[in-house]
Design a protein. Structure first.
Length: 181
């Protein structure tokens, strides 16, 4: 795909709970809210007029953890956006806007654009420079979308890019290891 025919993936918005009041909710076509189990729905989302999906799971990557994201969460996420048009704008949030929300956006973009991999994570870095998508959620997305490992491979390259970032790299290298396949 040449540069001129690339879709504009950076039209979407990712944020944390503390930024939700500044999110472009009025111009969103769909909103995904990823909350911790038992957390209340944020005030800003109580009266939105667009489709809203609320998912509840912790930001963990151990599939044995009972509060970890499940394949069913990804299937619900993909189904929520199944009838979207390419230009439909998404707002996706989680607690910090770093891991669960960026993973969810990666999955939604992968569903909308099955021909793209690294471009998805490049767009997410443009939208959210501190993005460190939840590896388990992306792995579930890779499986649900039948990507054959291509989304997971692109995520590993994204992690490598982020770990070498001149500003955020030290933070990322100190927090976690880049997962193997």
């Amino acid at each position: 795909m040449d540069q001129s025919s690339q879709p504009n993936l950076a039209i979407h918005h990712v944020c944390g709970l503390d930024e939700l009041h500044r999110a472009p909710l009025a111009s969103a076509d769909r909103i995904v809210s990823i909350l911790d189990p038992g957390a209340p729905l944020p005030f800003e989302l109580r009266s939105v007029a667009v489709p809203l999906l609320v998912l509840r799971f912790e930001d963990v990557t151990n599939p044995a953890d009972s509060l970890a994201p499940q394949r069913a969460d990804v299937e619900q996420l993909v189904a929520f956006d199944a009838d979207a048009r390419e230009e439909d704008r998404l707002v996706v949030h989680c607690t910090a806007g770093i891991s669960r929300s960026t993973a969810a956006l990666a999955i939604l973009l992968a569903a909308r654009h099955p021909e793209l991999n690294d471009e998805i994570f490049a767009a997410i870095r443009e939208i959210r420079p501190t993005a460190w998508p939840n590896a388990l959620l992306v792995a579930h997305g890779d499986e649900a979308l039948r990507r054959g490992g291509s989304l997971r491979a692109a995520l590993r390259r994204h992690y490598q890019f982020q770990a070498e970032h001149p500003v955020y790299g030290l933070l990322f290298r100190g927090l976690t290891q880049i997962p193997e396949d």
